[in-house]
Design a protein around this ligand. Structure first.
Ligand SMILES: [Zn+2]
Length: 388
């Protein structure tokens, strides 16, 4: 199984599926591959041109199945210096280098290669393989997929998302949410500053408000399973203004919320929005009707709550040799699936610390452990219809 999995990974890495590009060529290739192996395959059109999800199924249609899910997109390579071409899988010292090798085409390659095994017949619990798009940007692929799964008469009974965790079972992750704040002021010569509105100064007030929110959050809910045990808010990027002597017409910044599982980031963003519209905007509008503050969601993926996947993690841990579950602070699609009633854990080959880096790699040994896990899972799914 190992060599075919490496060949499949080589093919997957060769598709440049950086999130800004189409993922359709990869999805069509994978759909043909899985169809040829005898799986039932659906290609689900995305919410923007050139993007699609894939959902493939094996086994009985009248039973809830187990879903293996991975995102098909990767982060960009622009500006990075690589030892070898990022889209040509290259082996050095037992590692396979290439963009997406760890995050997370290695897992997808293992699942695709195992399709033939799963198909051998006799699965009592069906198995599904899903591939999503735009995980690295707005998670719209999983939004579309989760909505689809939610509409099914028989939903999957559980899901494993193969983000790189060195094959350890992750039962909780913080949410990943980003909002863009755009302030429109009024530009005048700064010697007449009371006739203008500086968008930069207004943005600064919003940021001060967000910092104050962080202090409040540090006194609220706490979860010691995370390195930073609170919900965090953070302003990471800002741009605005024209010159030192012109009140700034525009200023824009983004802030993120990494919410503890169970905490809704949207409620935190709503406090920011209320502060803007109720406190800051009215005096701006008395200077000029053109003034405005927009607070727009870029992505809002909920955290993964371990209170909802206990039975699934107990099933999966022995199959991948994981002794104790762990928690991570990076966002995944898992919480979106749990939101539609599909318990989900995260477990896949490779290390998160090499993801999103030049010379990203996955260890061959990790792929081999992933295949072992899938083989144990295959054996388990043959025993009896799985119940959680
Ligand atoms: Zn990933």
């Amino acid at each position: 199984m190992l060599n075919p999995a490496i060949d499949t990974l080589r093919k997957l890495v060769a598709f440049d599926t950086v999130s800004a590009r189409d993922n359709l060529p990869l999805i069509h290739w994978a759909a043909n591959y899985l169809q040829a192996e005898g799986l039932r395959v659906e290609v689900q059109e995305g919410d923007e041109p050139g993007k699609a999800n894939l959902l493939a199924s094996i086994g009985p249609i009248d039973q809830p199945g187990l879903l293996l899910s991975g995102h098909s997109d990767t982060v960009p390579v622009a500006g990075e210096v690589w030892t070898s071409d990022p889209f040509t899988l290259t082996e050095r010292n037992g590692n396979l280098y290439g963009r997406g090798s760890a995050d997370m085409k290695g897992f997808i390659a293992c699942c695709m290669t195992m399709a033939r095994e799963f198909k051998r017949g006799g699965l009592k619990t069906p198995l599904h393989i899903a591939m999503s798009y735009n995980e690295e940007t707005n998670m719209h692929g999983m939004k579309v997929l989760a909505r689809h799964l939610d509409s099914l008469a028989i939903k999957p009974l559980g899901c494993v998302i193969g983000e790189p965790t060195t094959m350890q079972v992750v039962v909780a992750n913080k949410g990943a949410a980003i909002w863009r704040v755009q302030v429109r002021g009024k530009g005048v010569h700064s010697s007449l500053r009371d006739q203008g509105v500086s968008a930069v100064e207004i943005a600064a007030e919003v940021i001060v408000f967000i910092n104050a929110l962080q202090r409040k959050l540090n006194e609220a809910e706490r979860h010691d399973g995370f390195e930073y045990p609170f919900t965090s808010v953070h302003v990471g990027k800002i741009q605005g203004g024209t010159a030192h002597n012109i009140t700034a017409v525009d200023c824009e910044f983004v802030f993120e919320v990494r919410a503890l599982p169970g905490v809704r980031a949207a409620l935190i963003a709503q406090q920011v929005r209320d502060y803007c519209t109720q406190v800051l905007l009215p005096p701006m509008r008395t200077v000029s009707a053109e003034c405005d503050i927009r607070v727009d969601e870029i992505v809002d993926a909920p955290g993964l709550d371990e209170r909802q996947n206990i039975h699934l993690s107990q099933r999966i841990m022995p199959l991948c040799g994981c002794l104790a579950p762990s928690r991570v602070s990076f966002g995944t699609e898992a919480g979106m699936l749990q939101d539609v009633g599909v318990p989900t854990v995260v477990c896949g080959p490779g290390q998160i610390r090499v993801a999103h880096q030049p010379d990203e790699f996955v260890e061959i040994e990790q792929l081999s452990r992933c295949l072992d896990f899938l083989q144990s899972l295959d054996a388990q799914l043959r025993l009896a219809p799985m119940q959680l």
